[in-house]
Write a protein that binds this ligand. Structure first.
Ligand code: PGA
Ligand code: ZN
Length: 378
């Protein structure tokens, strides 16, 4: 049996593509003209999904050029990308309990996040989330549950139901001394495409031994937001269930942030479709989904122009690169999703945000609820 090097997940082909395909089109051009550089990279690849050079190879060059330009000007990356003036830190959406395909437990919902909206500063919000994470460890230990962490640094215990996951997180918030529903709120990423069985048109909640159709799922979210201080639900339905998304947005989109991730994949055309269909009120922004700095900023701009919220996000598989921290401040979106307070690949983004907060000094601002999709735009 032939075994691929690094199981086929190495970067040698990406490096080769950078050297042979991308380097020749940018060398000699103005690094301060990011749009021109990114357009050159897109043209060199020539496919809508960047499948020839690969989005990660293209993004690597795009981000390197932005960094080089900022360094040349002697200013921090967030400052360079915002063309000056950026001063708003994001509220961290901290994934302290992992399920779904990001963990080896039985919990169906992929991410249970704490969202410290009640903090006055970014550093205070980070401390509140971190304390809650450590209290959650104690809560799980007392219940004799596993406290090993999942892909995004949150705990990944086996539980009897998805609601039990919410209950243990709320217990941790309480023990940390915070009030759920005024200081700390909850956010979920259901990643429902992973639960969807297209042959039978049902969502399988294995931990609860239940199968729900799209309307049942919408009903379930209605109940959850009544019962718990949940302010944001990402990928509540599968990425092809556009009618379901319209109904979900119609049912609870005035009360909760309805976030598209797999639905919109940081793609301008998919976002435009979601806007035209009123299918959501916020978008998750992943740089390597779209593949250049310019297109990332264009997608955020389109969301903002349409009164939507935007959350800059890491990936479940991450590196120590901290560009997303700078992008979150540069674009002033007010929300970042970058995992729990553990694993260096998550913590490094928080450390960069602390540095940015320090650099901004008294100019640093921290937002409130108004940045959420259902509140944004007025
Ligand atoms: P991914 O997950 O990076 O594996 O796509 C993150 C998310 O769903 O938000
Ligand atoms: Zn997601």
């Amino acid at each position: 049996m032939e075994v691929a090097v690094y199981l086929g997940k190495g970067v040698s082909r990406a490096v080769e593509n950078v050297q042979s395909m991308l380097e020749p089109v940018v060398i000699g051009h103005d690094a301060l003209d990011q749009r021109d550089v990114d357009e050159r990279l897109i043209a060199a690849d020539g496919t809508p999904n960047k499948e020839v050079a690969g989005a990660n190879a293209i993004l690597g060059v795009s981000m390197a050029v932005a960094r080089a330009a900022a360094t040349h000007q002697g200013i921090p990356l967030f400052h360079y990308l915002s063309e000056g003036g950026a001063s708003m830190l994001p509220i961290p959406m901290m994934n302290i309990l992992n399920g779904g395909s990001h963990a080896d437990n039985n919990v169906d919902i992929q991410e249970f996040m704490v969202f410290p909206v009640g903090a006055d500063t970014f550093s205070e919000a980070l401390r509140m989330g971190t304390e809650t994470f450590h209290h959650l460890k104690a809560v799980l230990k007392e219940l004799s549950l596993n406290t090993a962490v999942g892909d995004e640094g949150g705990f990944a215990p086996d539980l009897r139901s998805n609601e039990e996951a919410i209950d243990v997180v709320l217990e941790a918030v309480d023990r940390a001394g915070y009030s759920a529903g005024s200081e700390i709120f909850l956010a979920l990423d259901v990643a429902a495409s992973e639960l969807y069985d297209s042959d039978r048109d049902v969502y399988c909640l294995k931990s609860e031994n239940r199968e729900l159709n799209s309307a049942d799922m919408i009903g379930l979210y209605g109940e959850l937001v009544e019962k718990y201080p949940i302010v944001s639900i990402e990928d509540g339905l599968s990425e092809d269930d556009w009618e379901g998304w319209e109904q979900l947005q119609g049912a609870i989109g005035d009360r909760v942030q309805i976030v598209g991730d797999d639905l919109t994949v940081t793609n301008l055309a998919r976002l435009q479709q979601a806007i035209d269909r009123s299918a959501m009120n916020a978008i998750l922004i992943k740089l390597n989904q779209i593949g250049t700095v310019t297109e990332t900023i264009d997608t955020i701009t389109l969301a903002k122009e349409n009164g939507m919220g935007a959350i800059v996000s890491h990936r479940s598989g991450e590196t120590e690169d901290t560009t997303i921290a700078d992008v979150s401040v540069a674009t002033g979106v007010g929300q970042i999703k970058t995992g729990s307070a553990s694993r260096t690949d998550r913590v490094c983004k928080y450390n960069q945000l602390l540095r940015i907060e320090e650099m901004l000094g008294s100019r640093a601002q921290f937002p409130g609820m108004e940045v959420l999709g259902h509140k944004a735009g007025g």
